[in-house]
Design a binder for this molecule. Structure first.
Ligand SMILES: Cc1cc2nc3c(=O)[nH]c(=O)nc-3n(C[C@H](O)[C@H](O)[C@H](O)COP(=O)(O)OP(=O)(O)OC[C@H]3O[C@@H](n4cnc5c(N)ncnc54)[C@H](O)[C@@H]3O)c2cc1C
Length: 538
């Protein structure tokens, strides 16, 4: 049996495993990604890539591919709550289209629609399959043992019907919601809310958009149906080219449910040709693993958490996990990580998964508890009153938040031993956006260049304002150099950036989060460097 070596073995070539491989490649870390299947996606479900994920894809050099993957620039991104598609519209959140949205005030990247059947192949192409890249298709991880300094993994090459061993410094499980690796580690992932069964109907309706427009309706990215009990969930345009997914819940999903054609007929207010491509049940679970680490094994993405899809946070939470773990693994492999650095992955990311799980569940219960009166679809004065009352209630309950939550995607903040937490006094008068642990904010420096583009694979020190700020920065630079830790520095005399960042010196981590800020260098730059690399001083 052959044995080969790598620094990091990633189990699972879903979008999260590939995001981690991209991050590791960006940092020059050798990795192998084992994916059990041929990598194709039969039933696309994910479609919204949030703005933080897009910022990360921008860093990894694939944002442009995602922007141009296929979603048409002129397709409305609106969300419309309707009694039927082409029926009565109760509420619409106009979101423009990819081609005509104004630039985001928060990010150099907008969210993008890129369903898994387009996203996964383009990520795989960017990475490359063996021997040109780290992805090994038809490779199933069977079992492993770990020692103090490596993990020895048995992998089946399903295409050649052989087995070989991979010796890796770390094993990262990106093996999805049922995560065999998590189970083998004995890590529980308890249900935080009652699981629910749903049904996804994937279908093609090539004439739906022109048929709607011919009847005077504006199309939408999501038609949120208001047809209780089974069809009170989204019908989502997946690729903007006639491919859709309808989520059906409740009684109709319980087994002997209604025929998919009947359901679609009821969902539309007019006949339009449809071709059903897939129709399957899935289980919505709300779980966060009790631990994200077992020795040299880490859990990332759905292996670590499964959230309700309401809000589109699942994949995005996983991609941010990958960005948090990637630089810490790179630091450890390069020899400059302190003993607490890898543990901070669990501390930082579990808390965010728990927060996102609650957000997603709040969105879900807003939908499932919504009162939908029987006369809602009626062409009568009572029907009109019911629709107006529902629209008001939905405005009051912020129904649009499910599709517009920049704070969830961009506003999260890490609290951990590797972040220089501030006292109230230190924080006073400084912007919350650069509080240590937050994602460093975006501002345009010149057309097409964001502050985020300054940050490379190492730490980065922004020395803002007139020249003398740079002198203070030199002490910090020296402390990094003395410990052999990569640090880039940008002196920047830009009033808008200085105001938004609110401190003369801002130290940004390799994942783009603020580690520390101040107007003067700290009393001991050496202690600061030790803190941010995970050395805990007694
Ligand atoms: C209806 C629906 C809609 C959704 N919409 C969104 C959305 O719009 N936005 C969003 O952010 N999230 C969304 N999600 C959530 C999203 O689908 C998941 O969070 C995401 O796919 C998880 O990616 P992953 O890479 O962690 O896992 P997966 O995509 O499940 O990939 C795991 C991979 O591991 C492989 N594997 C497993 N075991 C082994 C092994 N032993 N050896 C080798 N390979 C192995 C599998 O073959 C698989 O390819 C949605 C979910 C649902 C159900």
């Amino acid at each position: 049996m052959s044995t080969y070596e790598t620094d990091v073995l990633i189990v699972g070539g879903g979008p999260v495993g590939m995001a981690l491989a991209l991050d590791l490649r960006h940092r020059g870390v050798d990795c192998v990604l084992a994916e059990a299947t041929d990598g194709s996606v039969a039933h696309s479900k994910v479609s919204t890539i949030g703005p933080r994920s897009m910022e990360l894809f921008r860093r990894w050099g694939v944002a442009h591919r995602i922007r141009t993957a296929g979603w048409p620039d002129d397709h409305p991104l609106d969300v419309a709550w309707v009694t039927q598609v082409g029926g009565h519209e109760v509420l619409r959140v106009p979101r423009g289209s990819a081609g005509d949205r104004p630039a985001s005030p928060h990010s150099p990247e907008h969210d993008r629609i890129c369903p898994a059947h387009l996203l996964n192949p383009l990520l795989m192409e960017a990475l490359g399959t063996h021997p040109d890249g780290p992805v090994r298709l038809h490779h199933r991880v069977l079992e492993w043992t770990q020692t103090d300094d490596h993990v020895l993994v048995t992998v089946a090459d399903l295409a050649r019907d052989t087995t070989h061993m991979i010796r890796a410094r770390y094993l990262v499980a990106c093996d999805g919601a049922s995560s065999p690796v998590r189970k083998a580690c004995g890590i529980a992932s308890p249900d935080r809310y009652e699981p629910q069964v749903f049904r996804n109907i994937l279908f093609r309706a090539p004439r739906l958009r022109p048929d709607l427009e011919a009847r005077g309706h504006r199309h939408a990215m999501v038609h949120f149906l208001l047809l209780p009990p089974a069809m009170r969930y989204p019908m989502r345009a997946l690729d903007g080219e006639g491919l859709y997914n309808l989520v059906v819940g409740g009684e109709a999903a319980a087994g002997d449910g209604e025929d998919a054609h009947n359901l679609l007929q009821r969902a539309f207010a007019f006949p339009t040709p449809v071709e059903i491509l897939a129709d399957g049940k899935w289980y919505l679970t709300h779980r966060v693993a009790d631990r994200y680490r077992s020795g040299r094994v880490f859990l990332v993405g759905d292996a670590a958490h499964t959230l309700s899809p309401s809000g589109g946070f699942g994949l995005n939470t996983g991609i941010a996990d990958a960005a948090d773990l990637g630089w810490k693994l790179a630091a450890d492999l390069a020899g400059w990580a302190g003993p607490g650095l890898l543990d901070s992955y669990d501390t930082e990311r579990r808390r965010i998964a728990l927060r996102n799980l609650e957000e997603a569940n709040t969105n879900l219960t807003r939908t499932t508890r919504r009162e939908l009166p029987a006369e809602l679809n009626d062409d009568t004065p009572a029907g009109r009153r019911a629709r107006a009352a529902l629209a008001e209630a939905m405005e009051r309950e912020h129904a649009a938040r499910e599709f517009d939550a920049p704070d969830v995607h961009l506003g999260f903040r890490y609290h951990s031993p590797i972040v220089a937490e501030e006292t109230e006094e230190e924080a006073a008068g400084r912007p919350g956006a650069t509080a240590p642990g937050s994602r460093a904010p975006h501002l345009w420096l010149s057309p097409g260049t964001s502050t985020l583009d300054l940050f490379g694979a190492g730490f980065h020190l922004l020395a803002l304002g007139p020249e003398d700020g740079v002198d203070g920065g030199a002490k910090i630079e020296r402390a990094f150099t003395d410990r052999g830790i990569p640090l880039g520095t940008t002196p920047l005399d830009d009033p808008a950036v200085a105001e938004a960042y609110g401190s003369r010196l801002v130290l940004v981590r390799p994942d783009g989060h603020v580690a520390w800020r101040g107007d003067e260098p700290p009393a001991s730059p050496e202690l600061l460097v030790d803190l941010v690399r995970g050395v805990v001083h007694p």
